[in-house]
Design a protein around this ligand. Structure first.
Ligand code: GLY
Length: 253
């Protein structure tokens, strides 16, 4: 069974943190509809959806992946790097406990945002960003190395999170939009995509990815490689430096 952790958007979504983008108007009603359509993609594929308790005081709370990352059956509860987001973990922790998902936690003074974590096989690339500090990475490495994961720190200066710039296809090829990637040469296989919003995919299975509908040329590139591509509109979240990956946490039992 595959489970999906999500949290509905806050009515205050438009007040979310911005680091590299200019603030533009966000339509809360459209955001809600886009979020429901995003969740429905998983539902239609048989995923069990777990709703984390709404937390409307936290404008960025919809980006649940920043609060928890799965490593096999272990969840790592993060300690978000933005002060405005730190309180999001309380409801995420409660959801993990209720769902019976075992977890470890990043402790102060470490900080870690899940958007900085890209798993490719047993390699864990982790962005060194304004949100994720060296102590957070050290704690993550201490937890993961004994479990057979190799943690590779990656300098990130051009985007908010590592996964704002790169994600990976099912075969492990890292994809990115070159103007937003600091150093593509660190990845054993790198594929440049032609659009900013073509960098983020969620791997649904070995043949299928989910991505933004705002990157048609990138979607075609992936189809040409034999993948099935599901596109979904997430414009209101992209305005807040979000993408398809950070809107959910995938628990693959
Ligand atoms: N707006 C998403 C973030 O800055 O964390």
């Amino acid at each position: 069974m595959s489970r999906l952790l999500v949290r509905r958007p806050s009515p205050r979504l438009a007040e979310g943190e911005l680091t590299h983008l200019e603030r533009v108007p966000v339509d809360p009603a459209l955001a809600q509809r886009q979020w429901e359509a995003y969740v429905d993609v998983y539902r239609s594929l048989g995923w069990d959806v777990i709703d984390i308790e709404p937390d409307d005081a936290h404008a960025d709370g919809v980006f649940v992946e920043d609060t928890v990352v799965m490593f096999g059956d272990l969840a790592l509860l993060t300690r978000p790097g933005a002060d405005s987001r730190r309180g999001e973990i309380d409801t995420t922790r409660a959801a993990l406990e209720k769902a019976g998902i075992g977890f470890a936690a990043i402790e102060a003074p470490g900080t870690l945002d899940g958007g900085d974590v890209l798993k490719v096989g047993r390699t864990v690339y982790v962005g060194q960003t304004l949100r994720t500090n060296p102590e957070g990475i050290r704690q993550m490495d201490a937890l993961l190395a004994p479990r057979g994961w190799t943690v590779v720190p990656v300098e990130v200066t051009k985007v908010l999170h590592l996964k704002s710039g790169v994600t990976a296809l099912p075969d492990g090829t890292v994809i990115g939009y070159p103007p937003l990637v600091d150093d593509p040469s660190i990845y054993p296989q790198f594929l440049a995509v032609p659009e900013e919003h073509g960098t983020a995919v969620v791997v649904l299975d070995e043949d299928t990815v989910l991505m933004s509908s705002d990157a048609p040329q990138s979607a075609q590139l992936f189809r040409d490689r034999g993948l099935t591509v599901i596109e979904t509109p997430i414009s209101e979240f992209e305005k807040l430096e979000g993408c398809v990956t950070c809107l959910s946490v995938r628990v693959r039992d």
